[in-house]
Design a protein around this ligand. Structure first.
Ligand SMILES: C[S@@+](CC[C@H](N)C(=O)[O-])C[C@H]1O[C@@H](n2cnc3c(N)ncnc32)[C@H](O)[C@@H]1O
Length: 391
């Protein structure tokens, strides 16, 4: 492909990504993979170059643009050398017309800016994320892993965390293959640690997804106790099985919940749990470093739905705790509605609960919980709180 044809390919892909973001279609990565599957003539350098153009354009624009061409012309402002590639030759985009505007640059969609927690450094939300690892204590110690991953550095404040540079192919390392390390953002590791899970306890990971935090909880429990990983999406929870096998974890029970009727499957667990982790579905505003197109998908209506779903999940989570038990509420969101205010509303709604301070060397206290941000902590953005059942 010529450099100009790569620009046109990026424009075509951006058109598809914009439509998918508007209509709830596939993720950008899926669309890019499909696009190249149908174009075998594109070599690996073409693919990399097109992908870089696409993601540079996505990162630069906060509000979903009208069209791929506007997004790419916007990128020309940041990368003026691209302007000459709009030359109208075969497979190339037409020249940029005088006065033809590109999409405006920005980090956070305008409507969302006032909703983000005040301490959030908004410009840092689109930075490049490193590869964070959690050393799996069931298989190794950080000291044992260090010689296998000489590029890894420790992360202060999180004893089992290591950090590698962005894009490091960790899955090719022996340490990863034998399950001695898991890829997990340092912020996620802090949330699992805040659960304080111990061997022999009954622990429920209520929104377990593919089990990133479940595996961390299992390691903290030394692989002993009752650990239930629940979710409403079967293929997410199914992905946990091979991950648990690689990590050497055998104590996990997987539980598929029926959306809207979760209490049925959870009934035998009422009053049983020492710890329940609610890692709730959320706007993902803290994960834009890895998923910048999420900004083009989020709407006020979707945020409203997420906020009420989080409250509903908290309400069916609460009865699962034994008296004295701990509910950890977490989101990878940085809006106060999903974090601080959600916790305040829970405490106001439910009698017999109190928030506990969180002892951590990272983050900032915010309301009853802790706020982690890319700008302040170098982690993905999270909000989490520890809520104790007192009665
Ligand atoms: C933020 S993700 C969890 C990520 C996961 N804990 C991890 O560490 O990798 C939220 C999860 O909540 C699940 N979820 C959504 N609605 C739910 C519900 N009503 N009950 C339980 N899980 C739900 C979603 O399917 C999704 O997997």
């Amino acid at each position: 492909m010529t450099p100009s044809a790569r620009i046109q390919a990026a424009i075509d892909l951006l058109d598809a990504i914009i439509a998918a973001a508007r209509d709830g279609g596939p993720a950008a990565d899926t669309l890019i993979a499909r696009y190249f599957k149908e174009r075998r003539y594109a070599g690996s350098r073409d693919r990399r170059a097109v992908r870089d153009h696409v993601y540079d354009a996505i990162r630069r624009v906060a509000d979903r643009p009208e069209a791929g061409r506007a997004a790419m012309i916007g990128l020309v402002e940041a990368q003026p050398e691209l302007a000459a590639l709009f030359d109208g030759s075969t497979h190339a985009p037409l020249p940029i017309e005088p006065g033809e505007a590109g999409a405006a640059a920005g980090a956070v969609p305008g409507w969302l800016q006032p909703l983000l927690a005040a301490p959030v450094e908004q410009d840092a939300l689109l930075g490049r994320a490193p590869v964070d690892l959690r050393v799996n204590r069931l298989k190794a110690t950080p000291a044992q892993v260090a010689p296998e991953l000489p590029d890894a550095t420790p992360i202060e404040g999180i004893p089992d965390a290591l950090r590698l540079p962005e894009g490091y192919p960790v899955e090719q390392s022996e340490a990863w293959k034998r399950g001695a390390v898991e890829v997990q953002d340092a912020g996620s590791q802090l949330i699992s640690a805040a659960c304080g899970a111990q061997a022999g306890q009954t622990v429920i990971d209520l929104c377990a997804g593919a089990g990133g935090k479940t595996l961390a909880l299992a390691a903290a429990m030394g692989g002993k106790g009752r650990l239930i990983a629940a979710d409403t999406i079967r293929n997410r929870i199914d992905r946990l099985a091979p991950r648990a096998e690689r990590a050497g974890v055998t104590c996990i029970e997987r539980l598929l919940l029926d959306q809207g009727h979760e209490a049925r499957a959870l009934a035998p667990l009422v009053g049983q749990a020492d710890i329940v982790l609610v890692d709730a579905p959320c706007s993902g505003t803290g994960t834009w470093r890895r998923n910048p197109e999420a900004r083009w998908r989020l709407t006020q209506a979707r945020l409203d739905r997420l906020v009420s779903e989080q409250a509903r999940i908290l309400d069916f989570a609460a009865p699962l705790l034994a008296p004295g038990g701990l509910l950890v509420y977490a989101t990878c969101a940085l809006t106060d509605r999903e974090g601080r205010d959600q916790v305040d509303a829970f405490l106001a709604r439910q009698a017999g609960w109190s928030a506990e301070p969180i002892a951590a060397d990272m983050g900032r206290a915010h309301g009853h919980g802790l706020l982690l941000t890319p700008g302040h902590d170098g982690t993905d953005g999270f909000y989490f709180a520890r809520l104790r059942r007192t009665a």
